[in-house]
Design a protein around this ligand. Structure first.
Ligand code: ADP
Length: 475
């Protein structure tokens, strides 16, 4: 089977969130199942320099009605694999400081950029003579690809994965001409929804099969509480909306993978190094170095979705349990200022590092006793899975992938779950964690169990393969 896997972010080349982690790992696991899978992404400025890649298509003419863009294609491989990664180079659209735009606004020409990218991926498939049996598109920036395929009688089947329904790529209908879509053409009804162009809706409507990244989220998005206005469209495709949990790559994450210069590896059998990591984290954050007080952390984009405003309301009582709390994140300026102010007001208990810092994130995961993730909604969530690999016990809101990966149920609890996202329930769930922390034997058993949870990509890859087969048969 030949599969073209298309994503706007691929770790470690250009990463904004969990989508990049998935696109960097899942294709490798699928390739190990014997599939000829190749990955396509735009050549963002963050990607390797031209000299580090091979130029495989110096001239790729990407046609759209009334226009042609002169692009080119570079090739490298996903790290530690033979999986080809094609970078579509078109500097006017993608040689920019950020992947999407600033925290405040996406680049205003986003519709043109991603209409181009979908056309480029399809053109490249032919120009390279790859001839994919199936195309796997991911999230709204690739949403027009299934739509273009559905309009083509010779189009290949498509799988579309929703990594986050909250970001849909919605633009006024008036941008259609700039995207080289003739308002009178059959393309427009396919890509329009609710009076807007909607890339996500276009893909949900047109893809041969649709999936999202946990079973719980696959159900939730068919309801008005979680559907972001697309619940009816999703429900109309109900039988073809699947849920496949993400994994993590245990070679990239876990107590053997600590920040450079830090040497306190540990394991489920021997947790001594974790205490050293905690002391190091406390020291770096300026918190009292105290092994007896539990250290709770959050590593997160600071955005509405992640519920950190609710956590901020709960925090004064959480730190009085007592506990220390530290956040690593960036995003909304209001949330950044809120956490900085709370840290300034209570430096003995609260620390805030406002940055995107992968090394520091590893130290947070390794040094933390408790990992708090109070997302309003969470398609899968990788952070809680990564935290578990490092033996940080999750306290989560029981929604989406958080509900599918963390359980408080006996006999094998793996964390603490607030069923409703209200400050009181978060305080109570964290209090249950702190109570467990004060019973060293119980806590150690819990940390060990958490570290033994395995969310490997192999298991997900097998399920994606079944989904690919389903799409090929449906076609
Ligand atoms: P999302 O994709 O919605 O941001 P996930 O939990 O699926 O959420 O993935 C988040 C990823 O981004 C994880 O790998 C996490 O470690 C990383 N991350 C989030 N914030 C930061 C930060 N401030 N610094 C470093 N890594 C971060």
């Amino acid at each position: 089977m030949k599969v073209l896997f298309v994503s706007n972010e691929v770790a470690p080349f250009a990463k904004v969130g969990g989508l990049a982690d998935v696109a960097g790992s899942l294709p490798r696991a699928i390739a190990e199942q014997g599939v000829d899978i190749r990955v396509v992404m735009p050549r963002h400025r963050q990607c390797p320099a031209d000299e580090e890649c091979s130029m495989v298509l110096p001239g790729l003419s990407v046609q759209s009605p009334g226009r042609a863009h002169a692009a080119s294609v570079l090739e490298t491989t996903l790290p530690e694999s033979d999986v080809p990664l094609y970078l579509v180079k078109y500097d006017p659209y993608f040689d920019r400081p950020d992947v999407y735009g600033t925290a405040d606004a996406d680049y205003p020409d986003s519709p043109q950029r991603y209409a181009f990218f979908a056309r480029a991926a399809l053109t490249l498939n032919h120009a390279l003579g790859f001839g994919a049996d199936l195309m796997h598109a991911n999230d709204w920036p690739t949403g027009l690809l299934p739509a273009f395929q559905a309009l083509n009688p010779l189009g290949t089947p498509t799988v579309f994965t929703i990594h986050n329904l909250g970001y849909q790529g919605r633009f006024p209908l008036g941008v259609a001409p700039a995207m080289d879509i003739d308002p009178a053409s059959p393309t427009l009804p396919l890509v329009a929804s609710g009076g807007d162009i909607n890339f996500m809706a276009a893909a949900i409507r047109s893809a041969t099969v649709v999936n999202t990244v946990s079973e719980r989220y696959a159900q939730e998005i068919q309801t008005s509480a979680f559907g972001h206005g697309l619940e009816d469209l999703l429900a109309s495709r109900g039988d073809e909306v699947h849920g496949i949990l993400n994994g993590i790559n245990y070679a990239d994450w876990g107590p053997d993978v600590l920040p450079a210069g830090l040497s306190c590896p540990y394991s489920a059998q021997d947790l001594a190094g974790k205490a050293a990591c905690k002391a190091e984290l406390q020291k770096r954050l300026g918190l009292p170095v105290d092994p007896t007080v539990p250290l709770a952390v959050a590593v997160s984009r600071l955005v509405w979705q992640k519920g950190l405003d609710i956590l901020a309301e709960a925090l004064p009582r959480i730190v009085r349990l007592p506990a220390q709390f530290a956040v690593l994140g960036s995003g909304d300026h209001e949330l950044e200022s809120l956490y900085l102010a709370m840290a300034q007001a209570n430096p003995e208990r609260i620390a805030a590092q406002i940055s995107y810092d992968e090394d520091m994130a590893r130290l947070f995961y390794a040094g933390a006793d408790i990992f708090i993730m109070p997302s309003r909604y969470e398609p899968c969530g990788l952070s809680q899975i990564i935290a578990m690999a490092y033996g940080a016990v999750p306290v989560v809101h029981g929604t989406g992938g958080l509900a599918d990966t963390v359980t408080e149920a006996a006999p094998e609890p793996t964390g603490f779950v607030a069923e409703h996202l209200v400050p009181l329930e978060l305080i109570e769930a964290t209090e249950r964690a702190v109570t467990a922390y004060r019973q060293p034997k119980r806590w150690q058993a819990l940390v060990r169990r958490v570290m033994r949870q395995e969310f490997s990509w192999d298991r997900s890859a097998t399920k994606y393969l079944a989904l690919y087969e389903r799409a090929l048969t449906a076609r």
